[in-house]
Design a protein around this ligand. Sequence first.
Ligand SMILES: NC(=O)c1ccc[n+]([C@@H]2O[C@H](COP(=O)([O-])OP(=O)(O)OC[C@H]3O[C@@H](n4cnc5c(N)ncnc54)[C@H](O)[C@@H]3O)[C@@H](O)[C@H]2O)c1
Length: 332
Amino acid sequence: MLEPIKVVVTGAAGQIAYSLLYQIGKGDVFGQDQPIIMHLLDIPAMMGVLEGVVMEMMDCALPLVRGIVPTADPAVGFGDVEAAFLVGAMPRKEGMERKDLLAANVKIFKVQGQALDKYAKKTVKVLVVGNPANTNALICAKYAPSIPKENFTAMTRLDQNRAQAQIAARLGVGIESVRNVLIWGNHSSTQYPDARHALVKKGAEEVKVTDALPDTAWLQDQFVTTVQKRGAAVIAARKMSSAMSAAKAAGDHMRDWWLGTSDGSFVSMGVISDGSYNAPSDVVFSFPVSIKNKQWTIVQGLAIDDFSRGKIEQTGQELVEERQEALAVCED
Ligand SMILES: NC(=O)c1ccc[n+]([C@@H]2O[C@H](COP(=O)([O-])OP(=O)(O)OC[C@H]3O[C@@H](n4cnc5c(N)ncnc54)[C@H](O)[C@@H]3O)[C@@H](O)[C@H]2O)c1
């Protein structure tokens, strides 16, 4: 058994956290040999609800959970944490555009960046889930200058999981037969879900998805828009934003960051852009990454055709605009 690590989940009284805390506590994220002290951060008005979450966490009787610390104080919540799930934010409501959310949420991530800078371990791995996730991650990193920028990532794993599920369903295969489906850019309706580099197992062989599914019209149109609009479709049906699937994706993202990816497999993560694939620099852009020793590397050398180039440019442009708006809000 390893020494316990401290892990914070913000928005701990909210609906994503309700599924996520259990996954973390039962060892799905940091491994079955990693005990955890869970820091649960929310706002003062939610402390009553959080008490109920703490009771339920206790009642799950999870052997890896060595402590539960509910708090509304960022100094306590972020104190010495090695991993942070920044979920807490105002969720998108039906009919609400991402831009409306930006002004409301970006300030939260400025304050939390400052708190991470002050109280967290310098090696802390930060996953931003709260929307607009990419730009929130950028702002959070900016206000935590003593922590490397590489330690701040944004979640596009839910989009990747959605895309992978669409491809598997279309091909009539199990989800585990499909890998390397990608999401480029922003976690928004401009994201570019890309199956051009994806592989599917067919018997003993692995073939390109584009060979197994030679339907360019579907791959360029319906597939892309279904994934882009899936969040809105869930809101329209459930009257609340995706929660169970978002929590699963947050666990997947952090697990791969913590434990690594296997050879030849890559995953999508919003990371600080170095301008790879002609994406704009210094925005948090979703790229294909591979991970070793808790360090991600952008996968290089994937062939980009004109269709992909256009989509990457469009989503990059949106991130540049979001950055400008966010910086203006933060400097107010
Ligand atoms: N990146 C993604 O793929 C993805 C997917 C789904 C949802 N989301 C986003 O995740 C966020 C959370 O969604 P949810 O459904 O759990 O929302 P929710 O409203 O159920 O919970 C949010 C919680 O955050 C808390 N909170 C607000 N401000 C806080 C602060 N400053 N510090 C700590 N806690 C704070 C609230 O009190 C609430 O308990 C939303 O922004 C949503 O849009 C992202």
